[in-house]
Every structure is written in C-alpha cells, then in structure tokens.
Design a protein around this ligand. Structure first.
Ligand code: URA
Length: 191
C-alpha cells in the first residue's frame, strides 16, 4: 500500500475517533525526508484546512526560506489535529487554548503511526508539545535540547529528531529570535 493510502486510512480512523471537532490533517509531500510537527491548528488553519497558515505560518515561511526549502516539498503535521478552543462566556469570543498532557497522550499514538508511515530522515519538532509527544516524555523542555540532533526509536525504527522552538514563540519572545536563527543554521548544515 502506498504512503498516501496508509495515511488516508489513519486519517479516517482519526476523524471517526475525534469527530465533531475542527480537524486539520497533515499536509505536503509524503516522500519528504523532512517532517515538521507543530502543536495544534488554530482558527486560520481550520478555515483553510491546512496546518501553519496563520501568524505562526508566516514565521514558518520565513524559516523555510532560510533553509531554502519549498513548503510543497516537505510534510507538515500537528500532534493534535483539531483546534483546541474555549469560549469566553461574557463576550462569546472563541480563542485557542493550550493542550494538556491528556490531549497529548490521546493523540500520541496517531502521531507515531503517522511518522512510521512517512518514515522521514529528519523530524523537526516545533516547541514543547511535539517534542514531548515524540519522546513520550512530558517533563522535557525545549530550552534543554533545542538545536541538538538526537537519535530516537519509533516502532523499532531509528529517526533523527531536531527540536526547534515553536515559530510562534519568536512572535511572543523577541529574545529567542537569534537563538532560533542559530538553530536554523545548524539544521541547514545537517540537511
Ligand atoms: N498552526 C499549526 O498548524 N500548528 C501550530 O502549532 C501553530 C499554528
């Protein structure tokens, strides 16, 4: 069975388990050697049914430009493939909410399955949530491991994990920007 057929089966299962949620599935080239993993889609992603198309997506495009990579040549997915949202009872406004460890645990097996189907050479995790989901370690912090290539095992196969800060984190914390660019240079040399 082709990778796309296997992914379709996985995604159909996912949709039946998490039905009635605003689901955004992985997107891109299934034959890519690079797999990017984010946390969860937001409002813009739900509208366009594509990961990383909102504000964080702008930073991601800049990051891909630095690496000299075309978005259509890589595969991009999220740990949690539905929008995590909350409603303000006073204004009725809907906003994103952060994932919990329970959300990560419930989604992890689908992510590991997705990785095993795509079989990328390098997995780039963006921020704490994908790092924790891939490693199954809910305590690890991106600040401890960013920019360092790590050998990992998923379903008995070896992969290279390159943890990066989440592109949105440089929107909120400008001090991270230079660290982020240094990490990107390291990734560029690895690719
Ligand atoms: N958009 C996504 O698809 N994932 C994120 O982690 C952030 C924004």
């Amino acid at each position: 069975m082709s990778k796309s057929e296997q992914l379709n089966i996985l995604y159909d299962t996912y949709k039946s388990v998490f039905n009635e949620r605003e689901i955004v599935l992985g997107d891109g080239s299934v034959d890519s050697k690079l797999l990017l993993i984010g946390e969860a889609p937001g409002k813009d992603e739900v509208l366009k049914k594509k990961p990383f198309v909102g504000a964080a997506g702008k930073n991601l495009s800049e990051f891909l430009d630095i690496l000299g990579i075309d978005r259509s040549d890589i595969y991009i997915t999220n740990v949690i493939k539905y929008r995590l949202s909350k409603v303000n009872p006073e204004t009725g406004r809907v906003s994103n909410k952060p994932s919990t460890n329970k959300d990560v645990r419930e989604n992890r097996k689908y992510l590991l399955n997705e990785i095993s189907i795509i079989q990328p050479e390098i997995i780039v995790s963006l921020g704490n949530v994908p790092l924790r989901a891939v490693l199954g370690d809910m305590q690890i912090k991106i600040g401890q491991v960013h920019g360092n290539l790590k050998d990992i095992l998923i379903e008995e196969k070896k992969y290279n994990l390159f943890p990066l800060y989440h592109p949105a984190s440089i929107i909120y914390n400008r001090k991270l920007k230079s660290i982020y660019y240094e990490d990107l240079e390291k990734l560029k040399n690895i690719l």
